[in-house]
Design a protein around this ligand. Structure first.
Ligand SMILES: [Zn+2]
Length: 191
């Protein structure tokens, strides 16, 4: 099973490298974890774990593997950096997962039940981060993939600063609304 997980991840990461045009920092190691404390985890050393429970669900394992794979395209960060800005990583990675998943699964020839995924994502723990990121994106009138792609390639501690700078070009009234939205996101991201 662990070999199969490793193979799945290798295929996913290959497609993501083609889409994003840059290399992943996955170290090639994959573990099936006997835990219910997480569905999947991308570790600081570049390895990836997926819980046996999630991997045992053919409709759900792909979204988790793609999510963890996308983490490996973030510039490396430390645990304190992650804890201080969790939302800037998880919101970006999870929304990128949702945006790129159809393309990744099509490339792999994998079919999943849309209804099962919709249910899993309807009350997903990172939805609050995504709502705030989408609010910022709409203020900036950025295209979805481009917006998240830029953030994903920016070092985690600098993501909020990059967005603050993007707001400078907005008209005065819009800029104030944008600044409030950014402040909300900054507070939530550390929770
Ligand atoms: Zn994550």
């Amino acid at each position: 099973m662990e070999g199969e997980l490793q193979l799945n991840l290798r295929q996913i990461i290959q497609v993501l490298e083609d889409i994003l045009g840059r290399p992943s920092r996955w170290n090639g190691k994959a573990y099936l974890a006997r835990t219910i404390s997480f569905g999947g985890a991308a570790h600081y050393d570049g390895s990836i774990s997926v819980s046996e429970l999630v991997y045992g669900e053919p409709n759900l394992r792909w979204r988790t593997m793609i999510h963890e794979a996308i983490h490996t395209f973030s510039p490396p960060y430390t645990r304190p950096e992650y804890n201080a800005a969790q939302g800037w990583e998880e919101g970006v990675v999870e929304q990128m997962q949702r945006l790129l998943r159809p393309q990744v699964l099509a490339a792999l020839g994998v079919m999943v039940q849309a209804e099962v995924l919709a249910n899993a994502e309807a009350d997903h723990q990172y939805n609050a981060y995504i709502v705030l990121l989408e609010d910022l994106r709409l203020h900036l009138r950025d295209a979805p993939v481009g917006f998240y792609r830029t953030l994903l390639s920016t070092p985690l501690p600098e993501r909020a600063t990059v967005l603050r700078q993007s707001g400078i070009m907005l008209e005065e009234q819009e800029r104030q609304a944008y600044r409030r939205a950014l402040l909300k996101a900054v507070f939530l991201a550390a929770e």
